[in-house]
Ligand binder design. Structure first.
Ligand code: NAP
Length: 248
């Protein structure tokens, strides 16, 4: 029986790459999305047709406890309990500091941190019952270093996700390993669309390997962290950033 993996925010970007890579490696996949219904459905079809594993896509705002509860119940009905949870969904509402509102700050914390808390809290009882579970939180180097105050709420949320990782690892031991991944600059469609060429060039210059990362490279790390070979890796945060320079 394949393990069931729930990836939040898997309709595009890094979450999508994780879904594809894990499907290739015989995991059954649940694609969570919030607004990108068509992209999620197309991905579901691709995964079923190309890789022959079970796959469902399901809409839920991870910030909303009730929607998360409904989502997990539906997954349990259709595919069985979640063995592996990848807390990947996030928003980045970059805005000049003086224009940023408390509501934006709260929304960022709600999706990026409370969302991971909601999903983890809902899946862990079954994981403990089965004496097996893996949770990966997709944080960011922004949770460790500071780059631009435009991202003040995003950075705070990613730092909080690192703290959440350590607390959940402690709470769920010894059966559920909880780890965090802190990507640097990853060239997702969304990320590349947000910046002009000059800025992208400047940012790339700050990376020791002189390029930004590919979503697939984060997916390979996830694949390793949930594999048997990584069973002794717990409660840690792994940077994947090509060697970033110029952080504060
Ligand atoms: P992205 O392209 O912006 O995709 C974000 C995903 O999150 C989408 O699938 C979106 O779903 C989903 N999402 C947003 N709000 C949601 C909500 N309330 N409930 C459920 N899903 C929601 O992001 P990405 O660049 O792939 O980033 C993925 C993860 O890596 C994030 O945690 C991000 O912070 C982290 N990260 C990214 C980079 C980078 O350079 N790209 C660097 C460091 C860390 P819909 O489209 O369906 O709304």
């Amino acid at each position: 029986m394949n393990k069931v993996v729930l990836i939040t925010g898997a309709s595009r970007g890094i979450g999508r790459a994780i879904a594809v890579e894990l499907a290739k490696n015989n995991y059954d996949i649940v694609i969570n999305y919030h607004t990108s219904q068509q992209a999620a459905h197309e991905l579901q079809e691709l995964i079923i047709n190309e890789y022959g594993v079970r796959c469902m896509s399901i809409c839920a705002d991870v910030a909303d406890e009730i929607q998360v509860d409904k989502m997990i119940s539906e997954i349990e009905d259709q595919m069985g309990s979640v063995d592996i949870l990848i807390n990947n969904a996030a928003v980045d509402l970059s805005n000049l500091f003086h224009l940023k509102t408390a509501d934006e700050f709260r929304r960022t914390m709600d999706v990026n941190v409370v969302g991971a808390f909601n999903c983890s809290k809902r899946v862990y009882p079954k994981m403990l019952e089965k004496e097996y579970g893996r949770i990966i939180n997709i944080s960011s180097t922004n949770g460790i270093n500071t780059y631009y105050p435009m991202c003040i709420d995003y950075d705070a949320s990613k730092a909080a996700l690192i703290s959440l990782t350590h607390n959940l690892a402690l709470e769920f031991a010894p059966y559920i390993n909880v780890n965090g991944i802190a990507p640097g600059f990853i060239g997702t469609e969304n990320e590349l669309a947000g910046y002009d060429e000059e800025f992208l060039k400047e940012e790339t210059e700050k990376i020791m390997v002189k390029r930004y990362g590919k979503p697939e490279e984060v997916a390979y790390l996830v694949k390793f962290l949930i594999s048997e070979e990584a069973n002794f890796i717990n409660n840690t945060i792994i940077r994947i950033d090509g060697g970033q320079q110029g952080s504060y």
